[in-house]
Design a protein around this ligand. Structure first.
Ligand code: PEP
Length: 256
């Protein structure tokens, strides 16, 4: 069985609308045209409309939100809902990114609510999990990752879990330039796959597990060479169109 690799760029809080449109125009020129991989851009909410306006059926990338609220509408000042993202052409949404968890207090219960809302509104949740350095040093990596997985996906049927993407992002590797080694990533990805299968069975065997944390052109080829790694969630290296396109091309090479 082959899972299509997914390369997702998380812009975080970067680029104005004009800069976002410029990025997309440049990226279109530089990106691989192959259908062998899926490519996702997750710009700030305020740029989704403008980017979506420029898109055509020929585009080989789709859009994702960086977050969503679990209610579809209501008195939630400053929040954005699943139907709003869907209406702007989003196909996926990040849920539980470590910055959301650490800086904005998101709990596994919040993640669970958001995953349910995303699925209800036809968005593929990309559920981010990963341990801190302190937890890794204390030998708790598997326990933390399992807890985040089981609580974040609590109560979901196998059919629903089969529509989810997992991003394993060790917190100590995000934005630090210190990526996990291939062996470290492979070990946790294998553990995540085993946990998913033991909880939900064979129906979830095609769930994609992405690696995130200081991925760049320098280590992408080696990461994509690993059968357990179904793609990458990329922060810093996705902000430059040529660099992000290069990583996408490396994923195509590993997939063809
Ligand atoms: C991220 O924030 O999801 C991420 C992986 O960031 P970076 O690539 O900058 O480490």
């Amino acid at each position: 069985m082959m899972r299509t690799r997914l390369i997702a760029g998380n812009w975080k809080m970067h680029k104005t609308v004009a800069e976002a449109v410029e990025f997309v125009n440049d990226f279109r020129q530089a990106m691989p045209s192959s259908t062998a991989i899926d490519i996702l851009l997750a710009p700030p909410f305020v740029s989704l409309f403008a980017i979506h306006q420029t898109m055509t059926a020929n585009d080989r990338f789709t859009l994702a939100g960086q977050n969503l609220h679990w209610e579809k509408e209501g008195a939630f000042t400053g929040e954005i809902s699943g139907p709003m993202l869907k209406a702007l052409g989003c196909t996926f949404v990040l849920v539980g990114h470590s910055e959301r968890r650490q800086l904005f207090g998101e709990s596994n219960a919040d993640v669970n609510n958001k995953v349910n809302a995303a699925l209800e509104h036809g968005l593929g949740p990309i559920v981010c999990i990963g341990e801190t350095l302190e937890e890794r040093d204390a030998g708790k990596t598997q326990a933390i990752v399992k807890d985040q997985l089981l609580k974040g996906l609590s109560g979901l049927s196998a059919e629903k879990v089969s529509k989810i993407t997992i991003a394993y992002e060790p917190v100590w590797a995000i934005g630090t330039g210190r990526a996990a080694t291939i062996e470290q990533a492979e070990e946790v990805h294998t553990f995540i796959r085993a946990t998913l299968t033991s909880e939900w069975g064979r129906e979830v065997q095609d769930v994609r597990i992405l690696y995130g944390g200081s991925v760049g052109p320098q280590n992408a080829e080696a990461l994509f060479g690993c059968a357990e790694i179904d793609g990458a969630l990329i922060g810093k290296a996705c902000l430059d169109p040529a660099t992000f396109a290069k990583i996408c091309s490396l994923a195509v090479s590993a997939s063809t």
